[in-house]
Design a protein around this ligand. Sequence first.
Ligand SMILES: [Cu+2]
Length: 146
Amino acid sequence: MRVTTPVQGKESNWLSTGGMGLGILVCLLLFGAVISRMGLLNGLVNRGETAVSTQHNTLTYTTKAMRFGQTELRVQAGQEITLQLENYDTYAHSFDIDELNLHIQMPANNQVTTQFTTPEPGTYTIYCSVPGHREAGMIATLVVEP
Ligand SMILES: [Cu+2]
């Protein structure tokens, strides 16, 4: 009796511990399933929101031979613009609009991308702030339409 009781005790102890462990494992699995499902739903919801709210316009603007490719850039107000600036000259330029606090460096023979939201309707001056370039003709107009 004195020998079997501890053994039985141990056995039942082991069984209950095993059962509890199994219970915890099941709980963790369920919890994990719920979390991953929530994560999946969040992902779907986020993707949906992005698709709805984004009206992305990509514009390409070039510089070549000390000139902007276009003297006028027309956009609509309140839009998110991805501006791809391509410099085909062997020297650096920049894309500056003071009113929008946009001052983008354009390295020689390179391209850079910037994003901005178009402001209220009006006309804004685009220029290159490299000394002498604006005077040499690197000036254009951003026309924001309602
Ligand atoms: Cu320039």
